[in-house]
Design a protein around this ligand. Structure first.
Ligand SMILES: NC(=O)c1ccc[n+]([C@@H]2O[C@H](COP(=O)([O-])OP(=O)(O)OC[C@H]3O[C@@H](n4cnc5c(N)ncnc54)[C@H](O)[C@@H]3O)[C@@H](O)[C@H]2O)c1
Length: 256
């Protein structure tokens, strides 16, 4: 049990096929009190998540849900207050909310750029900022941001330059938080996934998928469980001396 009774907010978890959901499931297995947060969150979505987790975890699980548009500072503030009302504190934030789009740079208009940055970068900023207020009071807390290989290699396998730029911003944000709040015992790290089997890969044709997989050293796509495993490591005391770090979850696609 790596997260016994830890209150963990996991943003971007509405789909049972998402990295956020797999993280919620794994964290619940490790004893966490999980709050799943998503733009698409209602009673039916929460029930589906609970049912799925309860079918896999033997011990009693505590799973709550919160509807929140992470691109709104007010909504993020409200969500944090709701979680405090529910559990009294927050120990960990995993931010896996995000959107992807594969447009070419010259086709990206102001609106498409604004939408991408609002969700992926401003959303990460607001979520971190709001939970950090709680963490600073407690002088403890842990943030795991889900960035992307796209931030490292100059464009993604499925995301365009605005997606890559938004995720590059998430990496810089994570490192800045680690530097500024480390003296208070607060940690912040990121994972950079690539080719994880989620709805984000649904748009790839079988031919494109085949050629990408051929170029991955492990010769396969990754599972959401494998991405969740990296989040668990970073969220737990196993990584107690790790902050400002980026963990690649990419099958060797990008070796530094
Ligand atoms: N799947 C991959 O191979 C891959 C690769 C690199 C990075 N990522 C990143 O992993 C994260 C999770 O993506 P996924 O692959 O699980 O796909 P996903 O689409 O299943 O998950 C993204 C979640 O974010 C939610 N979301 C979107 N906009 C939101 C908003 N404004 N407010 C709140 N929630 C919002 C969606 O509803 C969805 O549940 C994303 O940040 C993505 O960029 C995924």
């Amino acid at each position: 049990m790596l997260l016994q009774d830890k209150v963990c907010v996991i943003a971007g978890a509405s789909s049972l096929r998402s990295i956020g959901y797999a993280t919620a499931e794994l964290f619940a297995e490790h004893g966490a009190k999980v709050v799943v947060v998503d733009l698409r969150m209602d009673e039916a979505v929460l029930r589906r998540i609970r049912t799925s987790i309860e079918a896999k975890v033997v011990a009693p699980v505590i799973i709550d849900g919160c509807q929140c548009d992470v691109s709104s500072a007010q909504a993020c503030e409200r969500m944090v207050q709701d979680v405090i009302g529910l559990h009294g504190t927050i120990d960990c934030l995993v931010n896996s909310a995000g959107i992807v789009n594969s447009m070419s740079l010259l086709d990206i208009d102001a609106e498409a750029l604004e939408t991408m940055l609002s969700v992926n970068l401003k959303g990460a900023f607001y979520l971190c900022q709001k939970v950090l207020k709680v963490f600073v009071e407690r002088r403890a807390g842990n943030i795991v941001n889900v960035a992307s290989l796209a931030a490292q290699r100059g464009g993604g396998l499925v995301g365009g330059p605005h997606y890559a730029a938004s995720k590059g911003g998430v990496l810089s944000l994570t490192r800045s938080i680690a530097r500024e709040f480390g003296p208070l015992g607060i940690r912040a790290n990121a994972i950079c996934p690539a080719m994880i089997e989620t709805p984000m890969l649904d748009g790839l044709s079988p031919e494109r998928m085949g050629s990408i997989v051929e170029s991955i050293p492990l010769r396969r796509t990754g599972s959401t469980r494998e991405a969740a495993g990296a989040c668990l490591f970073l969220a737990s005391e196993l990584s107690g001396f790790v902050t400002g770090a980026t963990i690649d979850v990419n099958g060797g696609t990008h070796i530094h």
